[in-house]
Design a protein around this ligand. Structure first.
Ligand code: GDP
Ligand code: MN
Length: 388
């Protein structure tokens, strides 16, 4: 789960990291009021969306008067912000963060990620902040300093000092950097984060180290033990199709093709998408209905797929182990009898109770196209779509 910049900053502040004075607003007028409260002469107006790259996309504006704050916020509210991280649909701006500007001397990059190969939390830093990490690793790979954390002992002070040294931080700032790194590590670890990024982490003209941006992602499977974090979920930032699925216990990822897929198991769902592509088509989604799927759950999956207007053909691919082909078949038949749609449906069933399943489909007299293996099912789906 992702959270907003202003929420991540508050968490970091609670862990001893310096952040600029800022306040959240839900309307342009409130943004001005916030700027007035913060005081000073220069403010940043920042769109709160779950994506980076806002600066380049017009989602971060520097303002020198309250009327400029009003104008910037007014321009942002209600609009969709498209950055290179949001995808073509963009993300809606419903909250705007107002911050007092600080004078930057140097920008650093700071990231904490889970490194799967070493199974450790990895600290990634660079003296070339401001740029995105992908750009840094392409243009200035030698500037990146990595550090692995031993989970039994956590991040040690000497490691923080080594990083400060390698980044060429002035000795008067080492203590502050150490405090920042230790604070980030503690936030990451205690809250079960999977990603924490501060870019830029700024060294200001008056020699303080301060987080100008913040991003945090949390492990969904650990949210149950962090109710305060779970509450920060902002559904307005999620793909409506995926949100709908998650609320119904289905594992769904929206894509942009025309063949809607209903599959059991993540591996089989991946293989199904690959086979559709091999057959010359494009999948509209990844959907794993899981094990022990009842006819009701299959019908829910149909509803979800049909809510995507890109979908032209539906492909059901079930390899039943824990699942039962007869239940799935009943679900498909129920969906076709009770839901109002005319999309062609291709079904491939294999495994537990396959005979009974095929029998249910035959008896139903619904125009369901059956296939015996995945390649046949994918080829038929794509051909039907091409001939529509
Ligand atoms: P992002 O584009 O989504 O990563 O948004 P950021 O929060 O990183 O803001 C974009 C850029 O605005 C940063 O890389 C900074 O260079 C700049 N910026 C952010 N806060 C300040 C500030 O207080 N003062 C100044 N001068 N620049 C800032
Ligand atoms: Mn940034």
């Amino acid at each position: 789960m992702d959270i907003h910049e202003y929420q991540a900053k508050k968490i970091l502040e609670e862990h001893g990291i310096k952040i600029p004075t800022g306040a959240i607003s839900y309307s342009p007028e409130q943004a001005v009021y916030r700027a007035h409260e913060i005081g000073g002469k220069t403010w940043l107006v920042k769109a709160q969306v779950h994506a980076g790259g806002r600066g380049k996309a017009g989602g971060v504006k520097v303002c020198h008067s309250e009327s400029e704050v009003l104008e910037a916020a007014d321009d942002m509210f209600g609009r969709k912000l498209i950055t290179h991280q949001t995808g073509g649909m963009g993300k809606g701006i419903y909250r705007v963060y107002v911050e007092g500007a600080v004078e930057i001397e140097k920008e650093l990059y700071l990231g904490f990620v889970l490194d799967r190969s070493t199974q450790r939390i990895m600290l990634v830093t660079s003296g070339e902040g401001g740029m995105e990490i992908e750009e840094i690793s392409e243009k200035k790979p030698q500037s990146i300093v990595r550090c692995e954390v031993e989970p039994a002992v956590g991040l040690r002070e000497f490691q923080a000092r080594e990083i400060a040294f390698e980044l060429g931080i002035d000795s008067s700032l080492v203590q502050q950097l150490q405090k920042t790194l230790m604070g980030c590590y503690s936030a990451f670890r205690t809250l079960d984060a999977t990603m924490l990024e501060i870019n830029p982490l700024a060294i200001t003209k008056d020699k303080s180290i301060i987080a100008l941006d913040a991003k945090m992602t949390f492990d969904d499977n650990a949210l149950f033990r962090h109710p305060k974090i779970a509450e920060l979920r902002d559904k307005s930032q999620e793909d409506p199709r995926e949100r709908n699925a998650a609320d119904r216990g289905l594992n769904y990822v929206g894509l942009t093709g025309e063949i809607g897929c209903i599959v059991n198991g993540a591996g089989l769902a991946m293989a199904t998408m690959d086979t559709i592509k091999l057959a010359g088509g494009e999948p509209a989604n990844f959907l794993d209905i899981g094990g022990g799927a009842t006819p009701e759950r299959v019908t829910k999956a149909f509803k979800l797929i049909l809510s995507d207007e890109r979908v032209k053909v539906i492909l059901v691919n079930i390899f039943a182990g824990i699942n039962r082909c007869d239940w799935v078949a009943q679900g498909v038949v129920d969906a076709m009898e009770n839901l109002d749609f005319t999309h062609p449906v291709v079904v491939r069933l294999a495994g537990t109770n396959v005979k009974e399943g095929k029998e249910i489909i035959k008896k139903s007299k619904q125009p369901i196209i059956q296939a015996d293996d995945l390649m046949e099912a994918a080829t038929k789906s794509v051909q039907i779509w091409q001939n529509l």
